[in-house]
Design a protein around this ligand. Structure first.
Ligand code: UD1
Length: 429
């Protein structure tokens, strides 16, 4: 499947931002820890989420899709702690089932996680945390097996700030005996969201959103109703869509506070940003200015926005530097962007970007989720037609991406074959 894009339209109008995928993944895993109904609202309808829902249904949890964005989960009939579906290895967040099952049943066997190929992605900090809580952990035939009779609270210091390890340890410790102190924890908004959900299920977690999280283990978690926060990265991607098309886009259902690092960079580049309660409006400029960006854990600039901001900086006057400090192999898409005329050199973990006046349409391949979205943004800004191949990556994390962009005036269609492409070319004006 591909996207065909005819670039050049200034995007304008309003777009509704969905629930945060990365929060939802932790929240769905947490939901199986109760033996009562947990109702989750503002769930994004994207592939990673649907794969995780299938996996938890497979082990016996009740999963009822109340509507496209609401699900009811009940973990009372879980009959297995062994998770190894065909698809589960492809998603990163399968590892949250380790923490959730270990916490609830003191045993978990989960296939090693996949996810985007953006560098080596070890899970040593997750495993260190489980061991610190008293679990015996081993890796056998591609499965992580964690098990203990006594899961007990402990003092854990993370050697690297890891979103996944923070959430995973929080999940297990929520139902451990005694108190856990997690130091050097990640502070991303979705960590706070998972903690809030767990607390609304009866957990006792304090300090989420700071670098020290204190968890008092409880014996049981109960049912609740919870609404997931808006997706910071989907929002950021649409903010950049306004910047690269000199557009005027208002994002609805966002938390502007979560978007500060992205807004700050767009401001430096010359865009206008207007924030209200739960909306943010981005107005582009004909004269984008260069700036420098370094990815950092929250509240720093998110690594998941690095490809998108690079696409924008490539259209700015002068030379910009983008430093990737979270993942070591996250510039693979630069070769694809070069096909569209970008002038970017990658030296180790720094991209040196010489601004160009415009992109030229080309056929490019999405190498991963966020880079795929970034290539679409380049296509929207490009002269002529761009084809983005392998959009299955993009569908892992963006709901109705093409439809939302069309709502802002973009010319973009999902196509399957040459026939679809011809139809698109005839209709594109
Ligand atoms: C999550 C997000 C991903 C985002 C990333 C950083 C999900 C499903 N994915 O991924 O979209 O890009 O946060 O914001 O929420 N590390 C270790 N050992 C570990 C764990 C991590 O060395 O045990 C390293 C990683 O290799 C990486 C850094 O720590 O260099 C941060 O990774 P982490 O925050 O764990 O990312 P994920 O949770 O995998």
């Amino acid at each position: 499947m591909q996207y065909a894009i005819k670039g050049g339209n200034r995007l304008s109008g309003e777009v509704q931002i969905g629930g945060a995928k990365n929060a939802a993944l932790g929240i769905l895993a947490a939901a199986i820890m109760a033996d009562e109904d947990v109702i989750i609202d503002n769930l994004p309808d994207v592939r990673d989420i649907n794969v995780l829902l299938e996996a938890i249904q497979d082990i016996g949890a009740e999963v009822e899709r109340v509507n496209r964005h609401e699900v009811r989960i009940n973990g009372k009939n879980i009959h297995s702690v062994h998770v190894n579906g065909e698809f589960i290895r492809r998603i990163r967040a399968s590892y949250y089932l380790l923490g959730a099952l270990l916490g609830k049943y003191r045993k978990a066997e989960v296939a090693l996680p996949g996810g985007c190929d953006i560098g080596v992605r070890p899970i040593d900090q997750h495993l260190k945390g489980f061991r610190r809580l008293g679990a015996k952990v081993s890796v056998q035939y591609g499965m992580v097996v964690a098990e203990t009779k006594n899961l007990t609270g402990g003092h854990i210091y993370l050697d690297v700030v890891s979103v996944g390890a923070t959430i995973n340890i929080m999940l297990a410790a929520a139902m451990a005996d005694g108190n856990t102190i997690l130091e050097n924890a990640a502070k991303e908004p979705h960590i706070v969201d998972v903690a809030n959900l767990l607390n609304s299920m009866g957990a006792n977690i304090k300090g989420a959103g700071t670098d020290v999280i204190r968890i008092k283990g409880v014996k049981k978690l109960h049912g609740t109703t919870y609404s997931i926060i808006p997706d910071q990265i989907e929002a950021g991607t649409f903010m950049v869509s306004a910047a690269v098309t000199n557009g005027d886009v208002t994002l609805k259902n966002v938390i502007p506070k979560h978007l500060e690092s992205i807004a700050a960079k767009l401001l430096e580049m010359g865009c206008t940003i207007i924030e209200e309660d739960d909306t943010i409006r981005v107005i582009g400029t004909e004269n984008l200015q260069n700036t420098h960006v370094k990815t950092l854990p929250y509240p720093g600039f998110p690594t998941d926005m690095q490809p998108q901001i690079t696409v924008a900086l490539s259209l700015a006057h002068g030379t910009s530097l983008v430093t990737e400090s979270i993942f070591e192999n996250r510039f693979k898409y630069v070769d694809e962007l070069a096909k569209m005329g970008a002038q970017i050199r990658v030296e180790s973990n720094v991209a040196v970007i010489d601004g160009i006046s415009h992109y030229m349409g080309a056929e490019v391949i999405a190498p991963d989720l966020r880079a795929g979205a970034a290539l679409v943004l380049a296509g929207l800004a490009a002269d002529g037609i761009t084809i983005v191949d392998d959009i299955k990556y993009i569908q892992r994390g963006y709901e109705d991406f093409d439809e939302k962009l069309r709502g802002l005036g973009a010319q973009i269609e999902m196509i399957n074959d040459d026939h679809d492409l011809r139809k698109f070319l005839i209709s594109a004006v």
